[in-house]
Design a protein around this ligand. Sequence first.
Ligand SMILES: CC(C)(COP(=O)(O)OP(=O)(O)OC[C@H]1O[C@@H](n2cnc3c(N)ncnc32)[C@H](O)[C@@H]1OP(=O)(O)O)[C@@H](O)C(=O)NCCC(=O)NCCS
Length: 139
Amino acid sequence: MRREIQPGYELDDDRERIDVAAVHRFLSEEAYWALGRPFDTVALLVRNSYRVLGLYHGGSLVGYCRAVSDGAVHAYLADVYVLEEHRGRGLGEAMVRDMVDSGELADARWMLHTGDMQPLYRKLGFGAASQRAMERPSR
Ligand SMILES: CC(C)(COP(=O)(O)OP(=O)(O)OC[C@H]1O[C@@H](n2cnc3c(N)ncnc32)[C@H](O)[C@@H]1OP(=O)(O)O)[C@@H](O)C(=O)NCCC(=O)NCCS
C-alpha cells in the first residue's frame, strides 16, 4: 500500500522503506514514552510489528506509527509521531486512520496508551478502556 494523502505527502507500509535511523532519532530523543530506546530495539520493532506505516514528504520519513497484532482480533497502536514542522495539517489523523481503518485490522479491538493526545484518538473511535482491561507494566 502506497498512496498520496495530501499534495506532497504519501503513506507507505513498506517495511523495507522505513528509515530506522530517523525513527530511532525521534523516539529516543523526543518521544516521552521511548526516551533512550536503543537503535537495535527500534530496528527489532520495525521488523516484528504486524504493520508499520511511514509518512513521507519529498521521499523523507516525516511520520511513523506501528501496530502490534494477531492480524484479526487484537491490535495495539504504538510509536505514533509526526515531525514538528509537519504537524497541525491533518497528517497524523490521516496516518492513524489508515492504520486502524484499513485491511484486516479494521475490525480488531484496538488499544493504545497516550499521555495527552486523547482528542486525536477520540476522533478515530477510541474511548476509555473497559473495566475488563488490565495491564502488567514492563520491568
Ligand atoms: C500526535 C501527533 C502525531 C499529531 O499529529 P498532527 O499531524 O499534528 O495531527 P493532526 O493535524 O492530524 O490533528 C488531528 C487531531 O489531533 C488532535 N491534536 C493534534 N495536536 C494536538 C495537541 N497538541 N494537543 C491535543 N490534541 C491535538 C486534535 O484533535 C486534532 O484535530 P483538530 O485539528 O480537528 O483539532 C503529533 O502532534 C506528534 O507527533 N506529537 C508528538 C508525539 C506524540 O505525542 N505522539 C502521540 C503519542 S500517543
